[in-house]
Design a protein around this ligand. Structure first.
Ligand code: PMP
Length: 409
């Protein structure tokens, strides 16, 4: 693994023109990477090139443009499969994002479950990994159970083990919490679920651009993520699934692309992965997603993780040094996400004042209202780092929080 130098980061920053923006006459400091990462030139140019040079609908055309567009889309599928070490491209389903991927599994795999079957979620799930399960639970009479947290903001693994039963059919957990930053022991969670005969789905939205993900080493049954959180285009996501499970599952949506033959009497569905890709996909975004993965690979995921970890370790104690600052998410093994509050100040006021200083952070419940409820708060201010953030930006952020704390106290 190569340690990223200041020169490396400066070179990387030049790929992101948005970072040159001024907000209220100040240099933008973008610390909202958990919500979405910014997009490098290479990816935007790939989108441009698709529109200007190759655009034609995929999979159905014999003409050259259609074949080019199809091969560019399918080449991304191979690159994604390799990136997460999936055994085959047929196990990579393109979706609109993490949310749609989870909805797909819940709506489709959920139909194979029986009333009284149990789904285990965790207390730190994003709404995307709660509501789809509630929808199917209501339809099929399923029971939802929740893994609680320890005082360390980690999943309570003993409680998890005691929730598992022969009725557990699905365990759905996030790899990394988008609020606490906690990196969950997903391999252990998956192994326990398998011993109980349950299938697992890992929400990788916050892990995929920050950790090395190997779906075979994890033995994950399903693993899902979004391109826009990994320097890629919006509107593209991935569902990885084990072949046997995907084959057993009924289609999620019906339409073009997902069929072999259609008559009014009977429709025969297409093979994987197309069975789950009804309608024209966002082939422009999917083609450009390839460039985002190349971008990450050219830097190296481990180098990115080490750099972000340095920013986290640098910023955390300095923030805690500011009177009144409380950080939510103190797990020893955590990703570069800092959720905090200043005294009794409303997260929204803090976020607005930081914005006036050119600093983009997210405020609110972060689509994790059950977790907010457990923490006894309505929301937090969340700063999260990406590969292009610098120690100088951390210094400016720390100084800005100090200033805001003085104003609000
Ligand atoms: N899960 C987690 C942990 C997330 O952080 C997010 C995005 N904030 C999602 C799911 C949903 O991702 P998307 O909006 O890209 O579908």
């Amino acid at each position: 693994m190569k340690n990223l130098t200041t020169d490396d980061i400066m070179r990387i920053r030049r790929d992101f023109p948005i970072l040159d923006r001024k907000i209220y006459d100040r240099q933008l400091i973008y610390l909202d990477n958990t919500a979405t990462t910014e997009t490098p030139r290479q990816v935007v140019e790939a989108v441009d090139s698709m529109y200007y040079t190759h655009k034609a609908n995929v999979h159905r055309g014999v003409h050259t443009l259609s074949q080019e567009a199809t091969s560019m889309m399918e080449s991304t599928r191979s690159v994604v499969a390799e990136f997460i070490n999936a055994p085959s491209t047929e196990q990579i389903i393109f979706t609109r994002g993490t949310t749609e991927a989870i909805n797909l599994v819940a709506a489709s795999y959920g139909l194979l479950l029986e009333p009284g079957d149990e789904i285990i979620l965790s207390a730190m799930e994003h709404h995307s990994d709660i509501v789809p399960w509630q929808l199917i639970a209501e339809k099929r009479g399923l029971v939802i159970k929740v893994i609680p947290l320890t005082d360390n903001d980690e999943l309570d693994m003993d409680a998890y083990r005691s929730l598992l039963s022969p009725r557990t059919k699905i365990v759905a957990v996030t790899h990394v919490s988008n609020v606490l930053g906690t990196i969950n022991p997903v391999k252990e969670i998956i192994d326990c679920a398998h011993r109980a005969g349950a299938v697992t789905i890992v929400d990788g939205a916050q892990a995929i651009a920050h950790l090395n993900v190997d779906v075979q080493a994890l033995d994950a049954d399903f693993y899902v993520f979004s391109s826009h959180k990994m320097y890629g285009p919006c509107g593209v996501g991935v569902l990885y699934g084990k072949r046997q499970l995907l084959e057993e599952m009924p289609p999620y949506q019906g339409g073009g692309e997902m069929i072999k033959t259609v008559s009014f009497e009977k429709t025969v569905y297409a093979d994987l992965p197309f069975k789950f890709e009804a309608g024209t996909p966002d082939f422009v975004g999917i083609a450009a997603f390839n460039s985002a993965i190349s971008y990450i690979k050219s830097i190296g995921i481990e180098s990115i993780a080490a750099h972000e970890d340095e920013l986290l370790r640098y910023t955390t104690p300095a923030l805690l040094d500011i009177p009144g600052v409380r950080i939510f998410g103190n797990a020893p093994h955590k990703s570069a996400i800092i959720s905090f509050l200043i005294g009794d100040a409303h997260h929204y006021d803090t976020g607005m004042l930081l914005d006036k200083l050119g600093i983009a952070v997210r405020t609110g419940h972060h689509c994790a209202q059950p977790l907010m409820h457990i923490l006894g708060i309505t929301g937090t201010v969340r700063a999260s780092f990406g590969v292009y953030n610098t120690i100088a930006e951390c210094d400016a952020f720390i100084a800005a929080v100090r200033r805001v704390a003085a104003m609000l106290s």
